[in-house]
Design a protein. Structure first.
Length: 151
């Protein structure tokens, strides 16, 4: 019985070998040429950033923000200012100013100092990969000249 199984196995292996096991190379085309496609992978974004930083001449001073962050913050700040200042007049009113003598002195001199403080928060992209929360404090001081009606 063992020899019969061995003979069947040999016959199956021989038939499989004669028909082609699939591991042989495919026959060549009519002209004897085969095309192989070798795709060269594109460099990663990290590699491109590293090459740019190595090849560029930059000052080696210590900066808190890189140029991309500065550009991004300034664009966000400009958009914020445009959105807030859409041409409307700002009405200033305060109940705290009624009993203040400093306001009366400023009005009598013709120059009223105005100051405001605001905080702009948002997300900034770092190297086009990470997003980081950033906040910018804006302090604005103006002097209003009541005689010439100018700032």
């Amino acid at each position: 019985m063992f020899t019969d199984e061995l003979a069947v196995t040999r016959a199956a292996a021989w038939a499989w070998y004669q028909r082609g096991s699939g591991s042989e190379p495919k026959p060549a085309s009519e002209f004897g040429l085969t095309r192989t496609h070798h795709r060269v992978p594109n460099p990663t974004r990290y590699k491109l950033e590293a090459e740019r930083s190595r090849s560029s001449t930059s000052d080696h001073g210590s900066h808190l923000l890189d140029s991309y962050e500065i550009d991004s913050i300034s664009r966000h700040l400009e958009r914020y200012i445009e959105r807030v200042n859409n041409g409307d007049l700002v009405d200033l009113a305060s109940t705290d100013l009624v009993g203040k003598t400093q306001l009366a002195n400023d009005l009598s001199t013709g120059i009223v100092p105005l100051s405001s403080r605001s905080k702009l928060t948002g997300k900034v992209g770092l190297m086009l990969i990470f997003k980081k929360k950033k906040a910018v404090d804006m302090n604005c001081t103006m002097k209003l000249n009541t005689a010439t009606q100018s700032l």
